[in-house]
Design a protein around this ligand. Structure first.
Ligand code: M6R
Length: 366
């Protein structure tokens, strides 16, 4: 059942070229430049007229929501808020007519998310579910939705569900942006083409797993870990920190790189590894100077970069390469080396990566 892999987590990481292909199948048609998402198509005007979109989720799914915030604001020019379900539900949130709630959940059974959308539904919000588990409670409670079609995810640490969530959310943003005409035909075509190439690019990263394992070996005994990124790669830094702490029990934190000077830089010394998610985007030069600030304090730097990078390669201790894509889709690629590194470090520390202590696959209690 693990398909020849030692753990479900590794199998599910390696499933991603196939799970992403499944997620895109029958939806993205590059030759005709169409996107079919029945749940969005049937309610298109709800989305195009939305005054605000509120994402509600927990954990890894919340990180997918943060990335979708950037996507939807860029492509659709609709204001987005991203809420932790556990906070949203207790806060007596302000919900206006015309607000759309997107609930994101792998299991579709997370109690906090479920209750949050029940409350929002009572107040008249339109609820859209981005869910992996077919027929789950959140899927049933939603007015409409789009399944992520990642297949069963057994490992407690979420991996393939996350990339499928991003793929669905990107398709939603593009569909709504096209309908609202908030992006040009040319940009739409560009994004569709890039999106169609993601599964094969994920495969390229997975083929380089051996060099990622070598870096993991160097840092398997670390006592602390920092993850930094900007823009679309900022939530990837948060996700990478969550993943590594879940499976290795190493204290990890993730920040936007611009925040480091406001506090976290106090942690930096020669024992602290910092991972920068630093693919080519509009923040590239800023990231280079953030890396120099860490190196000046003798910190160790691992950077996720594009193949043609030279500036960051020159100042980092280790690099992990991912193919180039548009910055809006970069998280689908940059998260992969972080998943692999977390897995290898957890295994090197002799831990049960599929069932970390104190965690359950779906959190059905408040
Ligand atoms: O099933 P859900 O997506 O609603 O679960 C949300 C979180 O409990 C989940 O992502 C959790 O943070 C994972 N253990 C992350 O790896």
């Amino acid at each position: 059942e693990k398909g020849g892999f030692d753990h479900f987590m590794l199998k599910e990481i390696f499933d991603q070229p196939a799970s992403l292909t499944d997620c895109l199948r029958g939806r993205l048609d590059v030759s005709n430049l169409t996107l079919t998402l029945a749940g969005v198509d049937q309610h298109l005007s709800v989305f195009t007229q939305a005054k605000r979109i509120i994402m509600v989720a927990c954990g890894t799914s919340w990180h997918a929501g943060l990335i979708a915030e950037y996507m939807i604001e860029t492509i659709c020019r609709i204001p987005v808020e991203v809420e932790y379900a556990s906070e949203f539900r207790y806060r007596d949130p302000i919900i206006h007519p015309g607000d759309v709630i997107i609930a994101i959940s792998q299991s579709g059974e997370t109690a906090d998310t479920l209750v949050a959308i029940e409350r929002a539904k009572e107040q008249g919000a339109f609820i859209f579910g981005v869910v992996n588990a077919v027929g789950s409670s959140i899927a049933r409670l939603s007015h409409a939705g789009a399944y992520t079609h990642a297949g069963p995810e057994i490992g407690v640490a979420s991996t393939k569900a996350f990339t499928a969530q991003l793929t669905v959310l990107a398709m939603m943003a593009l569909k709504i942006g096209k309908a609202k005409q908030s992006i040009s035909e040319e940009a739409y075509k560009h994004y569709l083409t890039e999106l169609s190439q993601i599964p094969e690019k994920v495969q390229v990263i997975l083929s380089g797993h051996e060099s990622i394992r070598e870096v993991a070996q160097v840092y398997a005994e670390a006592n602390n870990f920092l993850f930094l990124g900007r823009g679309y790669n900022f939530p990837v830094a948060l996700e990478a920190a969550l993943k590594l702490k879940e499976v290795s029990y190493i204290p990890c934190s993730g920040y936007p790189s611009g925040e480091v000077k406001h506090g976290p830089i106090a942690l930096v010394d020669e024992t602290l590894p910092t991972m920068f998610i630093a693919t080519k985007d509009k923040y590239y030069d800023k990231i280079v100077s953030n890396i120099q600030e860490i190196k000046a304090r003798k910190g160790k730097v691992i950077a996720i970069v594009n193949p043609d990078d030279s500036a960051i390669r020159g100042v980092s201790d280790h690099v992990m390469e991912v193919p180039e894509t548009d910055e809006l889709l970069a998280p689908l690629l940059t998260v992969i080396p972080t998943q692999l590194m977390s897995y290898y470090i957890g295994v090197l520390r002799g831990l049960d990566v599929d069932k970390p202590r104190n965690l359950a696959k779906s959190v059905t209690v408040e």
